[in-house]
Unconditional design. Structure first.
Length: 202
């Protein structure tokens, strides 16, 4: 009888030790299992396909669009070598999409993100035209509020100050040269825009 009691106590001690060990290491096991589940969920998600795109072009202050939603869609589709509905989520680099869209001459900023049900949301903010340049040498372009050159839009002709005549050829560094005539025109246009009374006369 004494042997049975000692044996039972021995087993009880072992079970108690095992229980304490599980309590000490249980959180590690839980973290391990959660990690496996997370990796599995990510793998399944990336293996899924893009289901839809929600494209938004932010209008200019007067509600106009130099870039249409359809043109934005074409820019997105041309960025890939296969149709967007054939893209797996693992193929989609959101930062790269933003960089591609921001190369468009009418876009100042792009934001892309994936939302529930594997949908891509893409928002493009248009450049704000400031002045139009029509030079005797044949140049005909727009400058935005940052001094960036833009072509004319087929969708909208902005109501801005127009500079014509014997103007210098385009220079990418004109904003750094305070004596450049284009810089003077830019500064004048900014001054007029910032004055509510004068801006209304343009």
């Amino acid at each position: 009888m004494a042997r049975l009691t000692a044996s039972n106590n021995n087993w009880m001690d072992r079970l108690d030790g095992l229980r304490k060990e599980l309590q000490r290491n249980g959180w590690l096991i839980m973290l391990f299992l959660l990690g496996i589940l997370a990796l599995s969920a990510i793998g399944k998600r990336e293996a899924g396909f893009l289901t839809d795109e929600v494209l938004t072009v932010v209008p200019l202050a007067d509600g106009s669009f130099m870039l249409t939603q359809e043109e934005l869609r074409m820019e997105l589709e041309n960025a890939f070598t296969k149709p967007t509905d054939a893209l797996q989520l693992a193929d989609i680099d959101l930062e790269w999409i933003e960089e591609v869209i921001e190369r468009h001459p009418f876009v100042s900023e792009a934001e892309a993100h994936l939302v529930a049900q594997s949908r891509l949301h893409l928002t493009a903010t248009q450049r704000n035209p400031l002045i139009r340049v029509i030079a005797d040498n044949g140049q005909n372009f727009l400058l935005d509020e940052n001094g960036t050159r833009m072509p004319l839009s087929e969708n909208f002709i902005p109501r801005v100050l127009v500079a014509t005549g014997n103007l210098p050829a385009w220079d990418n560094q004109f904003m750094d040269d305070e004596d450049h005539l284009l810089r003077h025109l830019y500064d004048l246009a900014m001054y007029l825009r910032e004055d509510e009374f004068l801006a209304a006369m343009i």
